[in-house]
Design a protein around this ligand. Structure first.
Ligand code: ADP
Ligand code: ZN
Length: 355
């Protein structure tokens, strides 16, 4: 087990990583007054653990499982249940679940009485390596993902791989998508991925790499908590195109689209001489190791239009964060004509290879 400390100018959070972290750190929380938020799937698997650890009198608010639960209505329902449970300023919200639970419960904790204590217990690989760390909270609003939210650091995060045992393979691939992203940002993570490319899904590997990703993210967030100086933006590597494909096609998981986006963006980075061929090839191999063949999408032009709405862009330029070399990424800006044209070239190449 390893602890990571995330320091910002205003708070310090501690992230406990590793096998046994839940058993070691969660029971102490039962001494406080708690309000647990989870979802219906997670509750079905872990209701006895929740009752046993936090006491069966502890209020548990159960959201419907799924991406579409991050609504204002569900946020209001959580706040109402907190009032009914007579939650006070010094009490603690526990977000027990994946990224959806973490985002909405974190927002509720930041709003209720101007902020109550918050502990994140992420149960998906994606939430463990990425979304539970860094204090971003949000719900979707007016059809826009994560439009309404806040920065609100949890006091404590408990990342225990024990929860991954029940996680469906699709969700493991989803988390691996972000892990490969960290590999493109951090040389040590890259080497670890390359050395283990044949056993990326083993518990031992996931245990170790989760700690490394959390450490990387905590460092970035400490340097740029509010996404202002460019450091935190690097965490969007592969996301401009990945997110556009995700919005347009909506079939695979977020992390898989991030990998597909990274693959297409690597083509652009190589073509513009931002990234060398051998390094690009090694990242492509990692991507293939997680998701198999990358699809040659038929309509990248329509998908590319959605990249325009990305929060990172300024004016009509499309901004991409791409791998450059081991341990270094670079930002590329493209205009509205060349970006879809380059994506089309990549799709055409993928198609001709598939024949
Ligand atoms: P993410 O963490 O990928 O942002 P979600 O919070 O929607 O997204 O979680 C993905 C799915 O996995 C949801 O259906 C959720 O109920 C389910 N889930 C979360 N944790 C576990 C777990 N430990 N075992 C099984 N299913 C889980
Ligand atoms: Zn992501």
């Amino acid at each position: 087990m390893n602890d990571v400390i995330l320091r910002t100018p205003t708070v310090e959070s501690v992230i406990h990583c590793g096998d046994g972290a839940f058993a070691r750190y969660a029971p102490a929380l039962a001494a406080r007054r708690l309000f647990v938020v989870t979802d219906s799937n997670v509750f079905a698997y872990y209701r006895y653990l929740i009752w046993q650890t936090f006491g069966d009198e502890t209020p548990v608010h159960i959201l419907p499982a799924g991406e579409t639960s991050k609504t204002m209505r569900n946020l209001t329902a959580i706040l109402r249940a907190m009032v009914q449970a007579e939650i006070k300023r010094g009490d603690t919200v526990i977000a027990f679940g994946g990224g959806v639970v973490g985002d909405i419960a974190g927002l509720a904790a930041s709003l209720y009485m101007r902020g109550v204590r918050l502990v994140q217990i992420p149960t998906t690989l994606l939430a463990q390596v990425d979304s539970s760390v860094g204090g971003k909270t949000a719900v979707d609003f007016e059809g826009v993902k994560n439009l309404v939210g806040s920065f609100y650091q949890p006091e404590e995060v408990i990342c225990d791989p024990v929860f991954l045992k029940t996680l469906p393979d699709r969700e493991v691939r989803c988390g691996l998508g972000e892990i490969v992203k960290y590999g493109a940002l951090d040389g040590e993570i890259y080497s670890e991925l390359i050395a283990n490319s044949q056993n990326l899904k083993t518990p031992e590997f996931l245990d170790k790499i989760t700690y490394m990703c959390v450490r990387h993210k905590a460092e970035v967030v400490s340097a740029d908590e509010h996404d202002l100086n460019g450091r935190r933006k690097t965490l969007n590597l592969g996301h401009t195109t990945g997110h556009a494909f995700e919005l347009f096609y909506r079939k695979k998981s977020h992390g898989e689209y991030v990998l597909i986006g990274t693959y297409y963006e690597l083509y652009i980075a190589e073509k513009l001489n931002v990234c060398g061929h051998d390094y690009a090839e090694s990242i492509r191999k990692l991507i293939n190791a997680v998701i198999g063949k990358v699809p040659a999408f038929a309509d990248v032009r329509s998908a590319a239009r959605l990249a325009k709405f990305d929060k990172k862009n300024s004016g009509s330029q499309i901004s991409l964060v791409v791998p450059a070399e081991r341990g270094r990424c670079a930002e590329i800006s493209l205009d509205e004509e060349s970006y879809p044209a380059l994506l089309e070239e990549c799709a055409a190449r993928l198609k001709s290879r598939a024949k």
